[in-house]
Design a protein around this ligand. Structure first.
Ligand SMILES: O=c1ccn([C@@H]2O[C@H](COP(=O)(O)O)[C@@H](O)[C@H]2O)c(=O)[nH]1
Length: 237
């Protein structure tokens, strides 16, 4: 399994349905990022072919957020292990049995070479009000901590959370869990649909291992230069 990085790294989210474009971005940003992310848009359009193509440039974080009954999620994990992702995601809300089944499936498929299993806590697009609409009161931070405990106890290697929860998770769980953090916006970048955001510098200072950054890189006129500028802002941190 992928270990903890020595220093926080950048993951470029390749959100497009076109594999050629995703591969072009992967090639351009590769010198400045540690991983590339294949998510629902690209995977639904191009499947495993997309993972194989971009993996030629950087290790792949496969962000499909599995959420189903344990047997189905275990089968999905076995299937995607054939693509050799470095990390994959499940929904923490899927519960401990689902998460434990996913971990066992990954171990059975690839042993020590298995992907890191990450539990998504509360999506970074949720505000306190949006989360309350789903019946979860008390705010994102409380729910993130609740799901984090459940997921780590069930065998998850790490968590996906927003920049706002990183330092609280470190206080509660120490340095062990991988913390993978979207909702990262350089100063002046558009927020888009992200609710709980912070700058790359503040996210790293809080204790993140990996910063997931999509549109601030891919929507820039020069994605390579945008990735290089973010990497430079983090150099030495
Ligand atoms: O809570 C989550 C979980 C996953 N994501 C994914 O990260 C990227 C963020 O892209 P931006 O363009 O930088 O907003 C995207 O692929 C999401 O699917 C997330 O944003 N929040």
């Amino acid at each position: 399994m992928l270990g903890k990085p020595n220093r926080a790294g950048i993951i470029a989210a390749l959100d497009t349905p076109e594999v050629a474009r995703a591969e072009g971005w992967a090639r351009t940003v590769a010198p400045h990022v540690g991983m590339v992310k294949v998510g629902l848009e690209l995977f639904c359009a191009e499947g495993g072919n997309a993972v194989r193509r971009v993996a030629a440039h950087r290790p792949v974080f496969l962000d499909l957020k599995f959420h189903d009954i344990p047997n189905t999620v275990a089968g999905a994990v076995r299937s995607v292990c054939a693509l050799r992702p470095a990390m994959l995601t499940l929904h923490g809300g899927g519960g401990s049995t689902m998460i434990a089944a996913a971990r066992r499936a990954a171990e059975d498929a690839l042993g020590e070479a298995r992907p890191a299993i990450l539990a998504v806590t509360v999506l970074t697009s949720f505000s306190t009000e949006g989360l309350a609409e789903t019946g979860v009161n008390g705010g994102p931070a409380q729910q993130v901590l609740r799901l984090a405990r459940l997921a780590l106890d069930a065998g998850a290697d790490g968590l996906v959370c927003s920049p706002h929860e990183v330092s609280r998770l470190r206080d509660a769980f120490g340095d062990g869990p991988l913390l993978v953090v979207p909702g990262v916006r350089p100063v002046g970048a558009e927020r888009g649909d992200q609710a709980r955001i912070a700058t790359p510098e503040d996210t790293v200072a809080a204790g993140a291992d990996w910063l997931v950054i999509g549109r601030p890189i891919t929507a820039a006129p020069d994605p390579g230069a945008a990735a290089a500028a973010i990497a430079a802002s983090l150099a030495g941190r």
